[in-house]
Design a protein around this ligand. Structure first.
Ligand SMILES: Cc1cc2nc3c(=O)[nH]c(=O)nc-3n(C[C@H](O)[C@H](O)[C@H](O)COP(=O)(O)O)c2cc1C
Length: 375
């Protein structure tokens, strides 16, 4: 089932961009976790559109209605279900797209798969709108992970040619992972990135970028080998976010051009540890350190206890205002009647998906990690 994720928990997302409602059911969460709904809302607000020049003008309240699974602010063990209303829809903007697919969007391929019965309004269930319930599930999972001192955060590493400071893969800490406003490490780059997006939008075009995400606080040895490795599960969840084109962990593709002596993360005994000095039980990661973190915190699918670091490539928004080449077909006629046409996409779109995708990537990682570790 393409709309559900998880083995130990089940995250089931439902709805379309312009359906009456959309939402999520999270089954299998342990009971008794206190969920701070103000923090959930603050997380959802980071993804909201309609708030600035670099996101879609579609303005939705994005306030969850939790209809089951929580009593007096705590999970109760029953499936946790949250609903969201779609109210700022303009379905007529998509009438022309029924017959003329947008290049790089799912219109043509959904038409072929669903035989014309798909909901084409606003991209249907291929829409970025479905990352709203994903972010709800992610916000809940982030709070559950924080109970175990595991923290997740992400920043915009690149928009077009503007680059932010990457995380220090050895020393990034929980304090480094929260941002006020535009999520970049170098405040000077925020304005330049926003300007790139504003200029690109003014020219009717769109732009992509890279998000770097970090997870700190994972104990050594969490995860599994082969198909259930931490990379596997995070990747599967991250590719659930539309517009993701690639993911790399640690040194990633650069590892291919390194020598083993450069890439290997050498081990050492931490200075501050005097083994046997006191009776307290030490974790292996309290004693053994890694001098570098080219592995991005994962070896053999298992956590090394170093920060998990991964980078996600986001493509430019497919819906652009510039005229594009497409084709038109008439549903009642056969494919031979198809003709080449110029397409002018209407509607309201994000000129750059990257800023709104930052919490979506954090959410995907949080869901994957809770799924790996819960029970
Ligand atoms: C937060 C977010 C917002 C998005 N907004 C738009 C948008 O306004 N216009 C658009 O064409 N695509 C948008 N997308 C991307 C499309 O949904 C996506 O490119 C399309 O479904 C095809 O899927 P794919 O790119 O994963 O192959 C958005 C994606 C996300 C994550």
């Amino acid at each position: 089932m393409s709309s559900s994720f998880g083995k130990r928990i089940k995250v089931q997302i439902f709805g379309q961009s312009h359906s009456e409602m959309l939402g999520v059911v999270i089954d299998g969460l342990p009971a008794g976790y206190e969920i701070d709904m103000e923090r959930v809302q603050a997380f959802l607000n980071r993804r909201r559109g309609g708030q600035n020049a670099w996101s879609t003008a579609r303005a939705e309240a994005d306030v969850p209605r939790v209809v089951s699974g929580m009593i007096e602010g705590r999970t109760c063990g029953a499936p946790l279900c949250a609903l969201f209303e779609n109210s700022d829809t303009r379905s007529e903007d998509y009438d022309a797209l029924k017959d003329i697919p947008r290049p790089s969007h799912a219109d043509l391929y959904a038409q072929e798969k669903y035989g014309g019965y798909q909901d084409a309004r606003g991209g249907g269930h291929f829409s970025g709108r479905l990352t709203l319930p994903l972010c709800f599930a992610g916000a809940v999972c982030k709070q559950i992970l924080e109970e175990r001192d595991i923290y997740i955060g992400a920043h915009i590493e690149q928009i077009y040619t503007e680059l932010d400071e990457p995380y220090n893969p050895v020393s990034v800490s929980a304090e480094d992972l929260s941002y006020d406003g535009f999520p970049v490490n170098d405040p000077a780059v925020a304005e330049r990135m926003q300007q790139v997006i504003t200029d690109v939008a003014a020219s009717g075009d769109s732009v992509g970028g890279i998000i770097e995400c970090a997870v700190v606080g994972m104990d050594m040895g969490e995860g599994s080998p082969m198909f259930d490795g931490i990379e596997n599960r995070i990747s599967a969840a991250v590719f659930g976010v539309p517009a993701v084109r690639g993911i790399e962990f640690g040194a990633g593709f650069d590892a291919a051009g390194m020598l083993g002596s450069e890439h290997n993360d050498s081990l050492y005994i931490k200075d501050e540890v005097n083994i046997g000095d006191d009776d307290s039980l030490l974790f292996v990661e309290d004693v053994i350190g890694h001098k570098t973190n080219h592995a991005g915190g994962i070896v053999g699918g298992l956590s090394t206890s170093m920060p998990i670091i991964f980078r996600v490539a986001i493509k430019p928004t497919p819906s652009i205002a510039l005229e594009q080449d497409s084709v038109k077909w008439h549903k009642e006629e056969d494919w031979e009647e198809v003709e080449e046409v110029k397409l002018n996409v209407g509607g309201r779109h994000d000129p750059c998906i990257v800023p709104r995708a930052v919490p979506c990537i954090e959410a995907a990682a949080a869901i994957a990690l809770v799924d790996l570790m819960v029970v």
